[in-house]
Design a protein around this ligand. Structure first.
Ligand SMILES: [Zn+2]
Length: 334
C-alpha cells in the first residue's frame, strides 16, 4: 500500500492563505520599550554599544515618550542612573529619586502610558550588586557576600516609593529569595495593593547583559551575580524559581534573557497560567545592530523572526529595545 503525498504546500500557495493559517501574530500591544533616565539637563546621549538607545535627562524625556505613545506602544520600563551611589543604594528609594521623578513626569504627560519600574539596587549601589553586601578580604582581594534578608527591606522601600510615585507595575529584578512576598506585603501595607508585580522570576547569570552594564553603569565592582542569578545550564531550577514566585503572589513571570532561553519560556508557558514576559536583552540587541551595520543581515527580518520566536515560545509580553522599530515595521507592513 502506498500513501498519498501529503500536500503541505496547499496551505502555503498564497499570501492570503498563509495569513489565514498563521499561528502567531506580533502586535504592538506585545511590546515594552525600556528607557534610561539620567540626572542633569539637556542630555540625550547614545549608549555606544546600543545604537539607537539613549540616556535622557528628565527635561528631554518628553520627546522620547511622545514617540512611544504615538507608535501605540502600551508600556515603558524605567531604569535610572542616579547622581550619586552608596553602599545601600539610597537613591533607589529616595522620594525624589530619578526613577520616581521620571515616573511622575511621564504619568503627568501621558496618564495612559503604563510605567513599569525596575526595582533593584545595582544601578544605585557603589559596589554594583543587587543588594546589601558584606565585604571581606581574601588573599588580598576584596570579596563580598550579598546579604539576602537584609536586602529585602531596601527593595520593599524602593518598590513602595516607585508605586507611590505612580508606577503602574513593579518589576523586581534582584532574584533575592523571598523578594516577591516581601514586596507584595510592602505594597499592600502602604496603600498601593492595586499595583501588580512583574517578577524577574527566572534571571540567568548571562553574558548577554554586557551592554546594559555600560548603559546603566552597574557592573559589579567585585565578584559576580552567580550566587543570586541562575546558571544557564539549568532548566528545572527555573520551574522551582517560578513556582515560588507564584506562591509568593507574583502577577506576571519573566524569563531573562530570551534568545538562548526559548525552552524556558515554553516550559513556563506550559506549567503556569500567569502572563509570561520575555526580556530581549541588551546583548541580543547589540549583536543584531552590529551585524546590520556591517550589512551582514537584514535587520527588520531578523528582529521580526526573533520577536515572533519569543511569542511562539509562549511570551505574552516582550520587553525589547527594538519596540519602537518593531512598532514602526508593523505599521508599515499593513
Ligand atoms: Zn540588580
Amino acid at each position: 500500500m502506498t500513501f498519498p503525498i501529503v500536500r503541505h504546500r496547499r496551505l502555503r500557495q498564497s499570501a492570503a492563505i498563509r495569513g489565514m493559517v498563521r499561528e502567531t501574530v506580533l502586535t504592538v500591544d506585545d511590546f515594552v520599550q525600556p528607557i534610561f533616565v539620567a540626572y542633569g539637563s539637556g542630555i540625550k546621549k547614545e549608549i555606544s554599544s546600543m545604537p539607537g538607545v539613549f540616556h535622557f535627562s528628565l527635561d528631554n524625556l518628553e520627546e522620547e515618550v511622545k514617540e512611544i505613545v504615538e507608535l501605540g506602544i502600551p508600556a515603558v520600563l524605567l531604569f535610572g542612573i542616579p547622581e550619586s551611589k552608596d553602599s545601600v543604594g539610597s537613591s533607589a528609594f529616595a522620594e525624589n529619586g530619578i526613577v520616581q521623578e521620571a515616573t511622575r513626569k511621564i504619568k503627568s504627560l501621558y496618564p495612559d502610558l503604563l510605567v513599569i519600574a525596575d526595582t533593584c539596587l545595582c544601578e544605585f549601589t557603589d559596589h554594583g550588586h543587587c543588594g546589601m553586601v558584606h565585604t571581606f578580604e581574601r588573599d588580598g582581594h576584596v570579596c563580598g557576600d550579598v546579604m539576602n534578608d537584609e536586602s529585602l527591606g531596601l527593595l520593599v522601600r524602593t518598590a513602595v516609593s516607585q508605586a507611590k510615585a505612580g508606577a503602574d507595575i513593579i518589576a523586581p529584578s534582584n532574584m533575592m529569595d523571598g523578594f516577591v512576598q516581601a514586596i507584595r506585603a510592602g505594597l499592600d501595607e502602604n496603600g498601593v495593593s492595586h499595583v501588580p508585580i512583574m517578577s524577574y522570576s527566572v534571571k540567568y547569570a548571562s553574558a548577554f547583559y554586557g551592554p546594559f552594564r555600560e548603559a546603566a553603569d552597574s557592573a559589579p565592582q567585585f565578584g559576580d551575580r552567580k550566587t543570586y542569578q541562575m546558571d544557564p545550564a539549568n532548566a528545572r531550577e527555573a520551574l522551582r524559581e517560578a513556582e515560588s514566585d507564584v506562591l509568593e503572589g507574583a502577577d506576571m513571570l519573566m524569563v531573562k534573557p530570551a534568545l538562548a532561553f526559548m525552552d524556558i519560556l515554553r516550559m513556563l508557558r506550559d506549567q503556569f497560567d500567569l502572563p509570561l514576559v520575555a526580556y530581549n536583552v541588551s546583548g541580543e540587541y547589540s549583536m543584531v545592530k552590529a551585524a546590520a551595520r556591517q550589512g551582514w543581515i537584514n535587520e527588520r527580518a531578523i528582529v521580526t523572526e526573533m520577536l515572533l520566536g519569543m511569542k511562539r515560545a509562549g511570551a505574552d509580553i516582550i520587553i525589547t529595545y527594538f519596540a519602537k522599530d518593531a512598532a514602526r515595521w508593523l505599521r508599515e507592513g499593513k
